[in-house]
Structures are given as C-alpha cells and as structure tokens.
Design a protein around this ligand. Structure first.
Ligand SMILES: NC(=O)c1ccc[n+]([C@@H]2O[C@H](COP(=O)([O-])OP(=O)(O)OC[C@H]3O[C@@H](n4cnc5c(N)ncnc54)[C@H](OP(=O)(O)O)[C@@H]3O)[C@@H](O)[C@H]2O)c1
Length: 324
C-alpha cells in the first residue's frame, strides 16, 4: 500500500509517499481502507518536534531518539472495512467507519488495521468521509476535558482559540451539553464561530477577555496564552481552566496555585475512551457536532496539507483524501 512516511524530524518536506507492506488484520482486528484522514496539530508537533515549552527533552524518548519510531503519521481516519480478523462480530466488510488512532498514529496510508473493540465506530450517515475523518482529534479531546472539568448544563464556557480544530469542537460540544458559549477568535473567523453555535463572540484584536470583567465557569484554552495567572479573575467561584495547550511549568504548578484560589486547572493529554468515540458518533448523527473542514487535499498533496497546518491559521481541520 502507499503511505506517507517520515524518517527524520523536520519541516513538511520530510514527508514522502512510499510503498510499504499492507497490514494484515489479526484476530479481533478490522482492516480499514482509508478514504480520508487529517493532518492535525498533533501530526505537526510530532513531525517537527515543536512542542509546548518544557516538553522537548521528553519528546525523543517517547517518539524515537534518533528517528521516529512510528514513520506513518495520522491520528484519525474514515473509511470502509476491507477485511475482518477472526472473532470480529461488530463489523462486516463494507461497513463505513471512522476511527481514532490517537498517539499510535499510522492513518496517513491506504490501509490501517485496528482492534474492532477499540477506537472505531460506524460513520454517521449524515457526514461525508471528509467530515467524519475530522471528528476525533477535536471531539475526543474536548469530551475528555469537559468530563475532567465536570461541565454542567447552564454553565458559562469561554473558548479561546475558537476557530481551530479543538476550539470549534469545544463550541459545538459545550452547546450540546447546555452551556452558554463565548468564543474568542480573530476578526476573520467571527462568522464561522457564530455559525457553529457560539452565543457570544470576542474578537481578540479588539478586546481582552481576561481584562473585561466578565466571568466564566469554564475557560478552554487551545492557544496557550491563557495561563492561570492571566485568567484567574475571569473564573467564577469554583471555575475551571481547561488548559488544552499548556507549558510544562503551567501544567505542573497552576493546579496547585489554583486550589488556593478555589479554582481547578485541568491540563495534560486528553484521555481517549472507546465510549467517547461512540458518544461522538451519536452526537454527530443527531446533527449537534459537524466538524469544520478548512481545506481538502489529495493524498499526493500531503506536504501542502502539512504546510497549511504549520501556519497556525487553519479553521477546523485540514483533511486529506485517499483513493475513493
Ligand atoms: N492536551 C491535549 O491532549 C491536546 C489535544 C489536542 C490538541 N492539543 C493542542 O491544542 C492546540 C490547538 O489545537 P488545534 O488543532 O485546535 O489548533 P489549530 O486548529 O491549528 O488552531 C488554529 C486556530 O487558532 C486560532 N488562533 C491563533 N491565535 C489565536 C489567539 N491569540 N486567540 C484566539 N485564536 C487564535 C487561529 O485563528 P486566527 O487565524 O483568527 O488567529 C486558528 O483558527 C495545539 O497546540 C495542540 O497541540 C492538545
């Protein structure tokens, strides 16, 4: 099969398309013929080793000291079941699915084998393959953070970085859970964040949400410029900062400092649960979460897709179609 591989850390150009062996599904696995995938900020960080401050020294230990241990990037996908391993009951050949490979990656390829009882679910019929491929990275991240932050109906949620992949998922899921949502974005994205459900919008070039006197029960920071010391006065009593993007010191120290202020800071990697993927499929099927697609690239253009992600300006997800 063809796969986009990288054999050294670096710029988008380290990614090349090569022939590699097609995976063979083992007992309990399904083999998916991939129709669409995304280049996510996760792929960009792992390829370039551009990590939030403080995480650099650990990255090569986790990913491969001299070269990447997993040469195929790609955290999420949609596609069609090509083959099933022994004992698989839940899926049949021809089923349309989406899946989250998460940190195991390997989705920038024509095929991916994955345990049938893992992070794979039926594709919502109302979504295209391009949209379904973009469900998991933002959706799974925000289901995890909202659970850890105990989001409740009626709460006031502010989303910083609202036009990105994680931010646009945060708006839609918070709204689905009954929250009143304020989105913080640049002027070019005001219409987009309103379209996906924000009740209020703050243009960060005009107003500083951390200094305007408003308070929120939850603040979601996907930009990394809203640490606890900056936003503590914007948190209501018992408020929670969901630091989706945080530097190492903020991740380690802010939770302790926040406790003395009666707040909580939730940081660190999102935790992926199989039940969350099925929940995401249900929410999307009900029309309450439609991933925002920035641009669609063909597999042969995957280096351009990486370049687009690296701008930091994408709206929602950058999708790559394969075959089909
Ligand atoms: N903790 C975890 O497990 C976890 C999971 C997933 C992702 N992450 C991290 O979360 C971060 C966000 O990921 P993502 O995929 O959502 O990023 P993304 O899609 O690349 O975000 C791009 C968006 O951010 C907006 N933006 C840039 N600067 C801004 C600012 N100062 N204020 C408000 N919006 C701003 C941009 O809009 P403008 O062009 O208008 O500025 C753009 O639409 C990444 O750093 C990623 O590594 C962490």
């Amino acid at each position: 099969m063809r796969a986009a591989i990288y054999e050294r850390y670096g710029p988008p150009e380290v990614v090349v398309i090569r022939e590699v062996p097609t995976p063979i599904p083992g007992a309990g696995d399904v083999l998916i013929r991939i129709r669409a995938t995304t280049v996510s900020t996760g792929d960009w960080r792992v390829r370039s080793l551009e990590l939030p401050k403080g995480f650099g020294p650990f990255a090569r230990l986790a990913l491969g000291i001299t070269r990447p241990r997993q040469p195929i990037l790609g955290t999420e996908l949609s596609g069609v079941i090509e083959a099933v391993g022994d004992g698989v009951q839940a899926f049949s050949v021809g089923d349309e699915v989406f899946a989250f490979a998460d940190a195991k990656m390997g989705s920038h390829a024509e095929f991916r084998s994955i345990p049938a009882n893992g992070l794979v679910a039926r594709k919502p019929a109302n979504l295209s393959f391009e949209q379904a491929a973009a469900l998991s990275f933002g959706g799974m991240t925000m289901l995890s953070f909202f659970r850890r932050g105990s989001l409740a109906s009626g709460e006031r949620v502010l989303v910083n970085g609202a036009s990105g992949c994680v931010g646009s998922a945060a708006i839609q899921l918070a709204r689905h859970f009954g929250a009143e949502v304020t989105a913080v974005c640049g002027p070019a994205n005001v219409a987009l964040v309103r379209e996906v459900g924000a009740h209020h919008v703050i243009d960060y070039t005009q107003d500083d949400f951390a200094a305007n006197g408003e308070t929120y029960d939850l603040i979601v920071d996907t930009v990394g410029n809203a640490n606890y010391s900056r936003v503590k006065r914007s948190l209501s009593k018992g408020g929670r900062l969901l630091a989706v993007l945080a530097e190492l010191t903020d991740m380690l120290l802010s939770p302790l400092v926040a406790m003395t202020g009666g707040h909580r800071v939730i940081a660190g990697p999102a935790i992926s649960r199989v039940e969350d993927l099925h929940r995401l499929a249900e929410i999307a099927s009900a029309g309450a979460f439609t991933p925002v697609v920035d641009q669609v690239y063909r597999f042969e253009q995957i280096v351009d897709a990486h370049r687009r992600v690296e701008t930091g300006r994408k709206r929602g997800s950058v999708v790559v179609t394969i075959g089909g």
